[in-house]
Design a protein around this ligand. Structure first.
Ligand code: NDP
Ligand SMILES: O=C1OC[C@@H](O)[C@H](O)[C@H]1O
Length: 366
């Protein structure tokens, strides 16, 4: 058996998603039948206090104890800048709020680190474009952490719908919704414009991503970006978007898709429905973590394809990051830079229509 390529991680931010991601990368790769890559947690940094970094490491102690590729103790840091100086760290995972992604990713790239950065990548397309260009100039790997894309069942569905022998016939339309219920609260990151709050960047990015997964690479679409129309309801509490309905029109495919998202009234029933000439596809909520999809060909019994997700399911994106880095790739073909930019451009359009602003950080492109 060959030795797996091992990737050494630094975690920037000690919030909710960083915990989930870290626990996933510490799980034994064999539990998901992976043998070519592995992960080691080297360091954790908090921007607000070293105590939070200590507490984070304590919280992941059970996973550290059973991790197969852990070589030593995890180093806590009280600032992101300190972690970025650690020579042992090869790649950073950025789990801070949307408004922080751009400057933190830029600082990490300047420090010579590969970067996997949470969605939404940045506050706008200009920032994403600049990061991608800069990463390439530094010969470093950079990817938006669009974890859903890397689920094995979603890769399977993507190739099914994009294959010349797709069983669905002409796709007429598709509808996707990702909504949760967070009571209005000006202090919550989802309602705070300064943290890039609002439904769009946090949740709306998923229905848009799904339409890109299914249709952007369709052979008849030939990577043509959709045209965008939208309707936005802004919350009176802070002015960020509470609800967005985004229509993406795919001219070359002769159809349009509806993406909706909201901070109030969570998704129930199907989160995604693709309506085809010969059959439909249904995906249950939440769209971020699809545990199944059902193919319902007209006149036949529906067939449900279920996925057993070990942990949260964030290790797949980490595995593919490691595979790319092992091969010297600067981006991964499953979530390439160009598609992150196109998705950010869609969201720029929506924000323009809705008059949504995040404050001074959205103007930073350096
Ligand atoms: N892939 C997924 O399923 C999910 C992805 N996300 C994404 O992860 C990111 C973070 O979300 P989540 O973990 O829920 O958020 P949290 O609020 O739980 O954590 C964010 C962390 O970012 C750090 N931080 C850095 N700068 C700031 C700042 N100015 N204000 C507040 N916190 C700051 C803080 O850690 P410290 O003080 O230690 O630096 C904080 O704990 C977002 O991009 C979100 O879209 C979120 C949930 C699910
Ligand atoms: O990515 C996400 O998925 C789950 C949501 O609850 C969370 O707010 C969002 O960031």
């Amino acid at each position: 058996m060959t030795t797996p390529f091992n990737l050494k991680w630094g975690i920037l931010a000690t919030g909710g998603i960083s915990h989930k991601f870290t626990k996933d990368i510490l799980a034994p790769p064999s539990a998901r039948n992976v043998a070519d890559v592995s992960h080691t947690l080297v360091a954790v940094a908090s921007s607000s206090s070293i105590d939070k970094a200590h507490a984070f490491i304590k919280d992941v102690e059970p996973e550290l104890k059973t991790a197969q590729f852990q070589t030593g103790p995890v180093k806590p840091y009280g600032s992101y800048a300190d972690l970025l100086k650690d020579k042992e760290v090869q790649i950073v995972y950025i789990g801070s709020p949307h408004s922080d992604h751009y400057l933190t990713a830029l600082a990490a790239l300047k420090a010579g680190k590969h970067v996997l950065c949470e969605k939404a990548f940045t506050l706008n397309a200009a920032q994403t474009e600049h990061l991608c260009k800069f990463a390439k100039s530094q010969k470093l790997f950079l990817m938006e952490a669009q974890w859903t894309r890397f689920f094995p069942n979603i890769l399977q569905l993507q190739s099914l719908i994009n294959s010349p022998n797709a069983p669905f016939g002409h796709i007429y339309r598709a509808f996707a919704d990702f909504s949760i219920h967070v009571p209005a609260n000006a202090q919550h990151r989802l309602y705070d414009p300064k943290q890039g709050g609002g439904a769009l960047l946090d949740l709306g990015v998923y229905p848009i991503l799904w339409m890109f997964i299914l249709f952007y690479r369709h052979p008849d679409n030939a990577l043509t970006p959709p045209t965008v129309t939208a309707s936005v309801v802004n919350t009176p509490v802070t002015g960020v978007d509470e609800q967005d309905i985004v229509v993406l029109k795919w001219d070359k495919l002769g159809m349009q898709t509806t993406c909706s998202t909201s901070l109030v009234g969570r998704t129930e029933g199907s989160a995604l429905i693709v309506y085809g000439e010969k059959g439909n596809i249904l995906v249950p909520p939440p769209l971020s973590r699809p545990s199944s999809y059902t193919v319902h060909m007209h006149g036949e019994k529906p067939v449900k394809h279920e996925l057993d997700i070990p942990g949260q399911g964030m290790h797949w994106e980490a595995d593919f990051s490691a595979r790319s880095i092992a091969k010297g790739e600067l981006e991964n073909a499953i979530m390439p830079h160009e598609e992150s930019v196109q998705i950010m451009k869609v969201m720029d359009e929506v924000r323009k229509i809705g008059g949504v602003h995040y404050g001074e950080l959205e103007d930073v492109v350096a």
